[in-house]
Design a protein around this ligand. Structure first.
Ligand code: AMP
Ligand code: TRP
Length: 391
């Protein structure tokens, strides 16, 4: 193939270029692509050209979706139902960019050893849940330094008043926390950078993160007006079912991984017997009827929400199946549904965690993400006037 086509293709391919280059040079590290190429037949070079075109067309026709998870603890059932599972489903329709927000984790002190384990488990659980490195870009936030660089530029285009209005910050202040870090305060500007650097169309997040996506939109609009159109203004996408799974021991609180050792939190890696115990001790009420009434029966409403979400259905559809049960029987049905959902993921997790798949996935993801992020950052730096000579 003529060298100029080769260069053009590599340029157009953008983040696919690394994979394409590998296939062009005959180094098939990527099983799905290798299969595709062998199906296409012809010489390796022709096949790799066709493969490259396939990726270009696929990429051009898809909208991009981006999200991150902050594993400052073990991932919970709430993370799975509210976020991870949706990412997996979106892969068929969208170009997914999914990352582990490890910089966001350290806005609150983390024990380094524990953090490393949480991060590793999170990648393994991403993969075990069905995120596919062939179709999605999966990486570690700190591996793509452009995020932090853009984060600072965006912090310089955001105001103290905006940060002061953030619920997450206000909640901590209201609790009288006196050791809040500056990183925690500027958290939303880094998150805005995470998002805007990839020009996604949609950002799927749980309920609690909507405000952060909204501020990212405000910052994008401000930057676009101040300098010139630069960032796409993305839409938040909040799942209808599973958007807010509450704690089993206190249904007024979100099920959160920061509640270490709390029996109200189900972790994705909890053993079936532990899941049964936790569900059995979930807080209910003295009404004694399985009905969906979040005000009067928040505990039961939460269990119904969990059941519907695990079964991938709605509360209206599932209610007739369980409304005759007493609380004990109902809890058993809920526990069974959670176990049925999590067991296959746990098995895959155990297979993945001791292989080199995690490292390969992150390296591959980093290269793909960097290819997009570095182009955007260059553009931004130029617009802001940071560069003296255009590179
Ligand atoms: P976090 O655990 O706060 O980093 O959240 C990671 C993703 O999971 C975000 O999109 C959250 O909104 C979502 N998420 C976390 N906890 C829950 C929960 N209890 N219910 C629903 N979604 C959740
Ligand atoms: N702040 C998010 C959370 O706590 C994690 C996150 C960081 C994120 N950057 C993001 C989510 C960008 C979506 C898009 O869950």
């Amino acid at each position: 193939m003529p060298v100029e086509i080769c260069h053009k293709l590599r340029y157009e391919l953008g983040f696919w270029s690394c994979e394409w280059h590998q296939s062009f040079t005959g180094d098939h590290r990527y099983p799905a692509q290798a299969t595709l190429l062998s199906k296409l037949g012809g010489t390796t070079r022709e096949a790799s050209l066709q493969g490259a075109l396939f990726f270009i067309n696929r990429r051009k026709s898809m909208k991009r979706m981006l999200s991150g998870i902050k594993p400052s603890g073990e991932l919970t059932l709430g993370n799975y139902l509210g976020a991870l599972r949706n990412f997996v489903n979106y892969q068929d329709e969208y170009e997914m960019v999914v990352f582990i927000a490890n910089l966001h984790c350290i806005t609150v002190y983390q024990d380094p050893k524990e953090l490393r384990q949480y991060l590793k488990d999170a990648v393994a659980l991403y993969l075990a849940s069905g995120l596919d490195p062939q179709r999605s870009i999966i990486f570690l936030q700190s591996d793509v330094m452009e995020h932090a660089q853009l984060g600072f530029i965006l912090a310089c285009n955001s105001y103290l008043g905006e940060m002061n209005r953030m619920t997450q910050y206000k909640d901590k202040m209201a609790k009288g926390e006196n050791a809040l870090t500056v990183g925690f305060y500027t958290y939303p500007t880094l998150m805005a950078a995470d998002i805007l650097i990839y020009d996604p169309d949609y950002v799927p997040v749980g309920d609690d993160q909507k405000q952060h996506v909204e501020i990212a939109r405000d910052i994008a609009e401000r930057f676009n007006n101040r300098y010139s159109p630069t960032f796409k203004v993305p839409e938040p996408l909040i799942p209808k079912v599973g958007a807010r799974i509450m704690s089993l021991s206190d249904p007024s609180k979100k099920m959160s991984k920061s509640d270490h050792q709390d029996k109200g939190v189900i972790y994705m890696l909890d053993e079936p017997s532990v899941i049964r115990k936790k569900v059995a001790s979930a807080v209910t009420d003295s009404i004694g009827k399985v009905a969906f009434d979040p005000k009067e029966q928040p505990g039961i409403a939460n269990l119904l929400q969990i059941l519907a979400s695990c079964k991938n259905t709605t509360i209206e559809k599932i209610l007739p199946e369980v409304e005759q049960l007493n609380y004990g029987e109902f809890k058993k049905v809920v526990a069974d549904a959670i176990i049925e959902l999590l067991e296959p993921i746990q098995m895959k997790y155990r297979e993945n965690v001791s292989t080199d798949l995690l490292e390969k996935t992150l390296l591959d993801g980093k290269l793909k993400a960097q290819a997009i992020a570095s182009r955007k950052l260059k553009k931004v730096q130029h617009k802001v006037g940071l560069e003296i000579f255009k590179k």
